[in-house]
Design a protein around this ligand. Sequence first.
Ligand code: BLA
Length: 520
Amino acid sequence: FLLKGSVDITNCDKEPIHIPGRIQPHGMLLAVSKEARHEIVQCSTNVEAFIGIPYEELLGMSIESIIGPNLLEDMLKKIQSISAEPSKVHYMNFPIEVAGAAVDFYGILHESNDLIVLELEPACEDSGPMLNDFEMIQSFFGKMKQTDSREEASMLAAEQIKEMLGYDRVMIYEFDSRWNGKVIAEAKEEGLEPYLGHHYPASDIPKQARELYLRNWLRTIVDMDYTPVDIVPALHPSTGKPLNLSLSVLRSVSPMHIEYMKNMGVGATLTISLIHENQLWGMIACHHNSRKYVSHRVRNLCNFLGAFFSSELYQREQLDDFQSELSLKTLANRISSIFIGNTSASRVIKQIREEEANILAMMDAAGAAVHYHGQLVLLGETPSSAEVRGLADWITERLSDYSYHSSCLSLDYEPAKWFKKEASGVMLMSLSPDAQDYIAWFRPEVIQVVKWAGDPEKAVLKEADGDRLSPRKSFEQWKHTVESTSLPWKGRELRTLTDLKSVVLIRTENQMRQAEEQAK
Ligand code: BLA
């Protein structure tokens, strides 16, 4: 059934994780027809444990005979309101009579395959010390507003969520532009190995999973050692389709991911998607070393706090970006004026040397090169003069609007593999109409600059054959994927680069004017 058995480490991005045909056992699932009798079309095989009726009997029954007419009516109203927003999920308290006594459940409702999917989890008291919701939100918002850096805000979010939920470890995990991940904040129990600063390859969270997490913002694995419960019949009797569990809260998780988590020594997880402008930019990942269940109410609250944290961070980043862009522009003007204001080459070279620190800092580069009137000045960490000249000749043929940039140079320019340590990334701006004068910035291979918080050789690792899916293997994989690449050039840096175009334009104009004067 559905690729079962054929999923392995080489094809994880093909696993159809939205139709596993199974759920986690801490709740039960009913898929109910929308037609008049509201017949139960599919259900999980563990229903008897929750409501005392074997699944064989339940299939084909009307849901009304289980939940009564009032709950049914409420449920249908909610579903109607969902229809307008297909990825919406609703929650309601669900008291059901089981063997003559009322039992409270959390009912979680959504639509899938034209069926109403009702998931029931036994209602429970929230465990642990907890402020009331309002106080919790107020305190979180207040503290978040007081933080004044991205790092501080992320650390606070990790700490607060940890305090609130009581997981052993809470991490803020951020994706880069190539979907590699990095732990940017962490709150953890003492004695646990830190993951702060660790990097992971994009393949640890495959594409289809990231797409799913954009629709479904919060997921939990209550017990890593669970035995999955089948949904029967596996296929919808009239459409022949498996039940799509994208929005389900009980969905059984990919065995690949479970293996990874077990190798990491994790017993339970809760994960919240961090989204901005419909892009998944990160996750709040909570780990616990043993089984852990969090009530539906608290899960929702966390989801909300996660969304608040995400929007705070982005608002702030926009402001930071704006300020850095302003100071970048000032620097760019200053550098431009060196080339425009001076007529003697030796004065230009002298000033370039004086501005070394600014030139490197403005583009967050480790090295730079300036070629002016036949002279080449190297600043910071750069390839050799000959290598720089060779590279510049190659780039000159490929300029677009007087500039060029790459963060994986050796992909296009093979000789770059010899100097990837100094220059896996390059950005070049021409300073004369014929591109004979130019300024270039270099960034080293990212692997050389990354701070690996722990020793990857010691990262959680069980017996030799148990680690094929583990953070350690993953680090090797990540190293491989980022080989020969530098950190990407940021939008504001590229915009500043084009600001320098004024140098070319003004020099072109000057040349034309001189030529005209000579002609007179
Ligand atoms: C899912 N992998 C995930 C998720 C995370 C990670 C956070 C989302 C789980 C969720 O939202 O519940 C990875 N978790 C990490 C990492 C850290 C962490 C890196 O805490 C570091 C601290 N994973 C692999 C490989 C495969 C793979 C090689 O490493 C495939 C062979 C698969 N990961 C995989 C799949 C999912 C996943 C299929 C989706 C699980 C699901 O939702 O069903």
